[in-house]
Ligand binder design. Structure first.
Ligand code: PLP
Length: 401
């Protein structure tokens, strides 16, 4: 049996054709495929705007910049996530405060967040970054209520959950990243995620001001729109003396202004073409992920040695299928020995040496640490065959005979 990873991309001939078409066309970057992908993605997610960027981490970085995170600002996130969800706060000079997870859902525990907010002087915390961990949506409606009470913004890290949703208090499906409740949401197009573009990321929002700011920050903070210039024609014409005409409409065609410090976080057009083609099959992939999850659920039903993520899971997008077991290391090694390359998601971010230097230590977040000692992510990707999945289940059961 060939090796079975925990996740992998699915590239079709249509994907290849879409990329090749761009390679033969005029624009490798800054071309028409970017806007096309952004529009299609916004439609899929149900947000007003989408901004394509180089990767999910760049997306997070631009979000903290757009929201104005400053040195000393405190932002709350979960320890059970990829490090980037926290690092983006540090990029902007802010401080990361980790709150514990709910032991049943593995998501950022809103009660723990509330405790932090409640016990600090007003204005201590600027924002919250909840993560739709494994593909399960956080209750953003509840987080929004809390954030409003304490004047915080929300960045939803939806990297695991394109197509996932939760049901709001009006019985309405709220799709992850639709920015109905969050200020900004972000996605990644790394090959293990639902939509693969090699590298790539997307920010979604309904806020026009933030949208404009993100566009500028994505490209060096440079503006080309005459309307937005700061009325300095002597610079515009390269004259040292005072220009006689200060009418902004007379700026020369070559002129641009860098008004703030931005980055080059652009996505290329061939990546956008790949992402867009993949997006067309996103629902198909999601359907298959949910089937696979159901097969695992049924196989493990009544097995006392396995505990899975529990609760209502209608809108789960199943980026990961996570179980908890007592003898995790043994299971991990048994599966690896049988060519099943399971993974652990995640080593808690607060226990990374980098974050320990800020005082975080073992025992600070008991639910997250207990989860980490027991968790293992099983193979979960649309092209996993029934036969392969049965093999995985068989090898897991073997470990407990
Ligand atoms: C993948 C991922 C990121 C980072 O995305 P990249 O595209 O790899 O930079 C951030 N947060 C979460 C939860 C992720 O899974």
């Amino acid at each position: 049996m060939k090796s079975i990873p925990y996740g992998r991309q699915h590239i079709t001939q249509a994907d290849i054709d879409a990329v090749v078409e761009v390679l033969r066309a005029d624009y490798l970057t800054q071309g028409p495929k970017i806007a096309e992908f952004e529009q299609a993605f916004a439609n899929y997610i149900g947000s007003r705007y989408a901004v394509a960027v180089a990767n999910g981490t760049a997306a997070l970085h631009l979000c903290t910049l757009a929201l104005g995170v400053q040195p000393g600002n405190k932002v709350i996130t979960t320890p059970i996530t990829f490090a980037a969800s926290a690092n983006c706060v540090r990029y902007a000079g802010g401080d990361v405060v980790f709150a514990d997870i709910e032991p049943e859902t593995y998501l950022l525990d809103i009660k723990k967040v509330e405790e932090l907010l409640n016990n600090a002087p007003e204005g201590t915390y600027k924002g919250i970054i909840p993560v739709d961990f494994a593909g399960r949506s956080v209750d953003l409606e509840a987080f929004r209520k809390l954030a409003d009470k304490y004047n915080c913004w929300i960045i939803e890290d939806a990297c695991h959950a394109p197509g996932g949703y939760f049901i709001d208090s009006n019985e309405k499906k709220q799709f992850c990243g639709n920015s109905q409740f969050a200020d900004l949401a972000i996605f990644s197009f790394h090959p293990v995620k639902h939509i693969a573009a090699g590298e790539g990321g997307m920010i979604t929002t309904n806020d026009e001001k933030l949208y404009q700011k993100l566009l500028t920050l994505r490209t060096h903070g440079i503006l080309k729109d005459v309307e937005l210039f700061q009325n300095s024609p002597q610079v515009a014409y390269g004259n040292n003396h005072e220009a006689e005409n200060t009418n902004t409409a007379t700026y020369p065609g070559w002129y641009y202004e860098m008004q703030e410090l931005g980055f080059n976080y652009r996505l290329t057009d061939f990546q956008a073409a790949l992402g867009n083609e993949q997006l067309k099959r996103a629902d198909e992939g999601l359907k298959r992920r949910r089937e696979i999850a159901q097969t695992y659920d049924e196989a493990f039903k009544g097995k006392s040695f396995i505990k899975g993520q529990s609760g209502v899971v209608d809108g789960h997008a199943y980026h990961l299928y996570v179980i908890e077991v007592n003898n995790r290391k043994e299971l991990y090694e048994h599966l690896r020995a049988n060519n099943i390359f399971v993974q652990i998601h995640y080593v808690p971010v607060h226990l990374m040496p980098y974050y320990r230097q800020f005082g975080w230590k073992n025992g600070d977040l008991p639910a997250a640490e207990r989860y980490y000692n027991r968790c293992i992510s099983l193979p979960m990707y649309p092209t996993l065959t029934d036969e392969e999945q049965q093999y995985v289940i068989q090898k897991i059961n073997e470990c407990y005979e």
